[in-house]
Write a protein of this length. Structure first.
Length: 259
C-alpha cells in the first residue's frame, strides 16, 4: 500500500506496512524525518523532542510491532524483523528516503535500515545504543545473565502501553519477556559492518548511559562518516531528560548536510 503523505497536516493513523497494521503520527513540514522510539516505549516518550524537530522537518513517528498502538505478532521479537517493518512503513507512507533518528532499540533499527536499504536513509542519528554486548557497562551485562527481566522499567511505560495497546494491558508481561529475550542476545553487529554504512551518522551517548563512551568512540572510528557527541549529567533516558539538548545536536547535524 502506497499513499501520498499529507505534508503539513498532523496525522494519527494506521497503515499496512508489509502486512503489519502499523500506527504512526506525523507532524511538521519540510524534509521527512523518521523518529524511532526506544524499546518498551510509545511515541509519547518523545513528547519533549518531537515538537522541536517538527519546527524544521516533517516528523514521522511509527510505533513498532508490540509497542503502543501497533499489535504484537506471533513469534519472537528481533531487530531484523523491526527493521524490515520500518522499510515497509516507509513504502506505505510514500517516502523514498528520509533522515532516520533512533533512540536505544530504535537506533539499532535505524542502523539496520541504513545497512539493508542505504537508499532510504539520508542521514542517521543513533542515540544511546551499543551494537554488541561488549559495548555495555559491566553492571548491565550482569543483569542480562538473568532469565527474566528485573524490575527496572519506569512504571509509566506500562501505563502508556496499557492505555493504547490493541492487545490489552495484560499483554504487557508477554512483550516484556519477548523484549528481554531479544536484548539478552541482540544486537550482535560487528564493527566491520559499520564500514558499510554510507549515510553520514551522528552518535549521541550520555555519560551515564548503558553503552560505554569507549564503545561509542569505537563505533565512530568504524563508521565512514561519523561524529560523536557525549552529553554530560545524563542517563539512558537522555531524549526525555534533555530534549532541548538532543534537538540542538540533531538539528545542527542535519543542517550541516545542507551547507
Amino acid at each position: 500500500m502506497t499513499t501520498t503523505p499529507q505534508r503539513d497536516a498532523k496525522v494519527q493513523d494506521y497503515v499496512d506496512a508489509g502486512g503489519l497494521k502499523t500506527y504512526y503520527e506525523a507532524e511538521g513540514a519540510g524534509e521527512p524525518l523518521v523518529l524511532l522510539h526506544g524499546g518498551f516505549c510509545t511515541i509519547e516518550t518523545y513528547g519533549g523532542l518531537t515538537p522541536l524537530l517538527a519546527e524544521h522537518y516533517r516528523v514521522y513517528l511509527p510505533e513498532r510491532r508490540a509497542h503502543g498502538h501497533t499489535p504484537d505478532v506471533d513469534g519472537p521479537l528481533t531487530y531484523e524483523a523491526m527493521a524490515q517493518d520500518t522499510i515497509a512503513f516507509l513504502d506505505a507512507v510514500g517516502l523514498p528516503a528520509a533522515h532516520m533518528v533512533g533512540w536505544s532499540d530504535g537506533a539499532v533499527v535505524g542502523l539496520l535500515v541504513a545497512l539493508r536499504r542505504p537508499d532510504l536513509v539520508r542521514r542517521l542519528v543513533m542515540i544511546g545504543q551499543n551494537i554488541n554486548q561488549e559495548g555495555l557497562r559491566p553492571e548491565v551485562l550482569e543483569m542480562l545473565k538473568l532469565d527474566t527481566m528485573p524490575d527496572m522499567l519506569p512504571p509509566m511505560l506500562r501505563d502508556l502501553y496499557a492505555a493504547v495497546s490493541p492487545d490489552g494491558p495484560e499483554h504487557w508481561d508477554v512483550v516484556v519477556d519477548k523484549m528481554w529475550q531479544m536484548i539478552r542476545t541482540e544486537p550482535n553487529i560487528g564493527f566491520a559492518e559499520l564500514e558499510k554504512v554510507s549515510a553520514s551518522t551522528l552518535l549521541i551517548v550520555a555519560d551515564q548511559d548503558f553503552p560505554t563512551v569507549e564503545h561509542a568512540e569505537a563505533m565512530q572510528k568504524s563508521l565512514p562518516d561519523a561524529r560523536l557527541e557525549v552529553v554530560p549529567d545524563a542517563t539512558h533516558g537522555l531524549p526525555m531528560e534533555k530534549p532541548d539538548v538532543v534537538a540542538r545536536l540533531v538539528l545542527d547535524f542535519l543542517a550541516s548536510g545542507r551547507r
